[in-house]
Write a protein that binds this ligand. Structure first.
Ligand SMILES: C[S@@+](CC[C@H](N)C(=O)[O-])C[C@H]1O[C@@H](n2cnc3c(N)ncnc32)[C@H](O)[C@@H]1O
Ligand SMILES: [Zn+2]
Length: 381
C-alpha cells in the first residue's frame, strides 16, 4: 500500500508502478491540484446555499474526493462515493475508516447511480477516465435545482482539435486547432453540458472553468426552468477563425459560410460551444477567501489560477498569442506587459488568460494588436 497525504486527509491505495487506468485502484497525484480547486468550489457553493449539503462523488476511485469533501468542507453532511470497480469500493471503505467518515458507498455504473438518485444531491462531481460525454445525460437528468455540477474531461486531444472525429462523436461539436484551442475545448465542454441540461428544462451558468495540465474542468450552477434553459441556450454559438491573418470572431446561432472581413480568406468554424462567461467573479472571490481557512498543498498555484480567471470575466471568447502574431510579422516579441499597456492606453479592454502565458484577451482586433507591436518596435529602435 502507498500512503498519501492530501489536504487534511490521509489515504492508502494499492501499490502502482505508474498512473494508469489499469492500476488496481486509480489514484493520480497530479490531480491533487484539481481536487484542491474542487474543495474550494464546493465550500464556496455551500456558502451560497447556506445550509447542510449533500455531495455525490460518482467516479470515486480511492474515495479521495468524497472523503476530502466530508473532512475539509464545512456544512457537508452527506457524501456518496460510487465506483464500478469492486477493488475501488473496498479501498473507499478502508479510507473512510482511516479518516473516521462514513460516505454512502456504492458500486454501480455512474449513469445508473445518477438515474437512481434524481434530485438528491446539491453537488454532483463527474470525474471519469477520458470523456464525461456518455454520462452527461444522466448527470443532467439527476441535477437538482440550485445545484453544482462539476465535470472533468481528460480527452483533450479531441476537445482541442488534434483529432476532430472523436470530438464530433462525443460532443457533436467541431473543434479547431488554433492557438486558443484549449479555450475552445473548454467552451465545447461547457456548451455540451448546457445543452444536456436544457433537454431537461434546466439552465446553467458557469462559476469556474479551467484547462490545466492534461484536463479540463467546469463548474456549472444548475437552475430549473424552461425559460432559464432557453436563456442559457442563447449563449451557444460558434467561433470563426481565419488561419491566414489570425482574425477571429464569434457568432450566436448557426454560422453561414463566411469570408474573413480583414483578409478575405475563408474562415473555419468551431462549435457549437459556449460563448458566455466561463467564470463568476463573486464565486471565485469567495473561493479565494476560503483558501485562507484550508490547508491545501497546492494553495499558491490554485490562487494564481483563480486570480487569472477573475481577470478573464467579461472578456470576449478566444485570445491572441502575441508570439504567434510577432512571428507572422517577422519581428521579435516585445514584453507582454508592454503590449497590454499599449492596448489599455488605446482604450481597449485587455487581460491575460490562464491558458497560455503568451496569450492576451482583448476586444481589440488582430490589426490593432499588430499596430501596437510595430509601434513598440519603432519606439525601441
Ligand atoms: C479518473 S478515476 C477517478 C479518480 C477520482 N475521482 C480521484 O479524484 O482520484 C475514474 C474512476 O471511474 C471508475 N469507473 C470507470 N467506469 C465507470 C462507470 N461506468 N461508472 C462508475 N465508475 C466507473 C474507475 O474504476 C475509476 O476509479
Ligand atoms: Zn483573415
Amino acid at each position: 500500500m502507498i500512503t498519501i497525504n492530501e489536504g487534511s486527509v490521509t489515504i492508502e491505495v494499492p501499490d502502482f508502478s505508474k498512473v494508469s487506468s489499469r492500476a488496481p485502484v486509480f489514484y493520480n497525484p497530479v490531480m491533487e491540484f484539481n481536487r484542491d480547486v474542487s474543495v474550494l468550489a464546493v465550500q464556496a457553493f455551500q456558502r451560497i446555499l447556506d445550509r447542510e449539503i449533500s455531495v455525490a462523488d460518482t467516479f470515486s476511485g480511492s474515495g479521495i474526493r468524497a472523503i476530502r469533501y466530508l473532512v475539509e468542507v464545512d456544512g457537508v453532511s452527506e457524501a456518496a462515493a460510487n465506483d464500478i470497480n469492486p477493488l475501488a469500493v473496498k479501498c473507499i471503505e478502508h479510507n473512510s475508516e482511516l479518516n473516521s467518515v462514513s460516505p454512502l458507498v456504492s458500486r454501480e455504473d455512474a449513469a445508473i447511480f445518477l438515474r437512481g438518485n434524481p434530485g438528491r444531491f446539491d453537488v454532483i462531481d463527474v470525474d471519469p477516465f477520458g470523456t464525461p460525454a456518455p454520462f452527461m445525460d444522466s448527470a443532467a437528468a439527476s441535477a437538482r435545482n440550485r445545484s453544482l455540477l462539476a465535470v472533468t474531461a481528460t480527452d483533450t486531444s479531441g476537445l482541442c482539435g488534434t483529432y476532430i472525429k472523436p470530438c464530433l462523436r462525443k460532443y457533436s461539436a467541431r473543434p479547431l486547432k488554433t492557438e486558443y484551442c484549449h479555450e475552445t475545448g473548454l467552451r465545447i465542454l461547457a456548451g455540451f453540458t448546457a445543452m444536456n441540461l436544457a433537454r431537461y428544462s434546466k439552465g446553467a451558468s458557469f462559476l469556474l472553468s479551467h484547462s490545466s495540465q492534461h484536463y479540463m474542468r467546469i463548474y456549472a450552477h444548475v437552475r430549473r426552468g424552461a425559460r432559464r434553459a432557453d436563456e442559457t441556450l442563447k449563449n451557444i454559438g460558434y467561433i470563426l477563425h481565419c488561419f491566414s491573418c489570425l482574425h477571429h470572431e464569434d457568432v450566436r446561432g448557426v454560422p453561414e459560410d463566411r469570408k474573413c472581413p480583414l483578409c478575405g480568406a475563408k474562415m473555419d468554424a468551431a462549435g457549437p460551444l459556449w460563448l458566455g462567461d466561463l467564470h463568476d467573479e463573486k464565486f471565485i472571490g469567495s473561493m479565494m477567501a476560503e483558501a485562507k481557512n484550508k490547508s491545501l498543498n497546492k494553495s499558491e498555484d490554485v490562487l494564481k489560477l483563480l486570480k487569472t480567471c477573475i481577470g478573464e470575466v467579461g472578456m470576449p471568447p478566444g485570445f491572441y498569442d502575441v508570439h504567434e502574431i510577432c512571428s507572422k510579422l517577422g519581428v521579435s516579441a516585445p514584453p507582454l506587459m508592454d503590449v497590454m499597456g499599449g492596448l489599455g492606453e488605446a482604450g481597449f479592454r485587455v487581460s491575460r488568460t490562464h491558458i497560455r502565458p503568451t496569450g492576451i484577451k482583448t476586444d481589440a482586433g488582430v490589426r490593432e494588436i499588430e499596430e501596437i507591436i510595430m509601434d513598440l518596435h519603432g519606439s525601441r529602435s
